[in-house]
Write a protein that binds this ligand. Structure first.
Ligand SMILES: [Zn+2]
Length: 307
């Protein structure tokens, strides 16, 4: 017989008693049975419970030295005839719907502070997926609702996950660098819960930076009308470069004079280069030539830079 107190103090599992232990290779299996039966419905508290089948469960718990350790038990299912609740008897210390104890999950998190998921999985002799899922659950619980206190300046962006098939929208606090919100999708709807959260907490933003997505811009104007919209330098330059390049292509196609065509050809890099490159005398002469030949590109560049 393995005492209830031994199981509680070592494995954090309550209301069970050990009947026997079994040793298989590198595994220690402790057979346990619950010391209580469920009398009242956890939902409506009536005494009208009926037994509704059992299942064998093997629950991973803290290792003993280098041996993996499991608790084996028969879990009872109940059904309430008053409210029709139907569920398994809960064993305190075993996480609901999981095949490991609360202490085991805690141990994994402690080890992850010192090593990678792969190293922890190897050390505990379990699969990478199990460690990953414990870590994910922990991060979800710990960071699900981050503090928005003092939030003034944010950045919105989306990124592709799973080889670009799925998008995730994220919001970053520019002052702390923390991610304060993340949601699947890259449209206006992906941000709706975030705006509502700000409204509930009466947070007025000073500035919001985002890319040129009309969906994001209109959402900021609707939900945070007082916030300044800051457009990303990279995206503006990208748009400007695309426009100048399109003008250069049009000009090349329209130009009938072969000599002028030669001047225009191959100057894409020069037109899009930054100031330092253009100061090179050779580059500068070529650029000036192309600007003389192509008044349109020159004007296009000017009007874009003024906008
Ligand atoms: Zn009930």
């Amino acid at each position: 017989m393995i005492e209830t107190s031994f199981l509680y103090y070592n494995f954090g599992v309550r209301d069970v008693v050990g009947t026997r232990s079994e040793y298989k290779g590198n595994k220690t299996i402790i057979h346990v049975r619950p010391t209580r039966t469920l009398c009242r419905c956890p939902h409506c508290h009536s005494y009208t419970l009926l037994k509704n089948g059992t299942r064998e469960r093997q629950i991973q718990t803290l290792p003993i030295g280098s041996r993996r350790c499991y608790l084996k038990l028969t879990n009872q299912r109940y059904k309430c005839t008053s409210c029709h609740w139907d569920g398994w008897q809960k064993i305190p210390g075993i996480l609901k719907g999981k095949s490991y104890t609360y202490r085991f999950a805690q141990h994994v998190i402690d080890l992850l502070r010192m090593g990678t998921i792969k190293a922890v999985a190897n050390h505990l002799g379990v699969g990478w997926d199990l460690i990953k899922s414990i870590h994910k659950d922990y991060l979800n619980k710990r960071y699900k609702s981050p503090s928005l206190k003092g939030l003034k300046r944010i950045g919105i962006d989306e990124f592709a996950v799973r080889k670009g098939h799925v998008y995730e929208t994220i919001v970053v606090d520019h002052d702390t660098g923390r991610i304060v919100y993340s949601h699947p999708g890259k449209d206006k709807e992906a941000l709706t819960p975030f705006w509502e959260m700000l409204k509930r907490r009466k947070i007025t933003l000073e500035a919001v930076s985002c890319d040129l997505s009309p969906a994001y811009i209109s959402a900021v104007m609707e939900y945070q009308p007082k916030a300044q919209i800051v457009l990303d330098h990279f995206h503006i330059m990208k748009l400007m470069n695309e426009k100048i390049d399109a003008l250069r292509r049009d000009l090349y196609r329209e130009e009938t004079d072969l000599n002028k065509r030669k001047v225009i050809k191959g100057v894409r890099y020069l037109l899009l280069a930054n100031g330092t490159d253009v100061m090179d005398p050779l580059h500068r002469t070529r650029l000036e030539n192309v600007l003389v030949v192509s008044q349109k590109v020159c004007k296009g560049g000017l009007s874009l830079s003024q906008n």
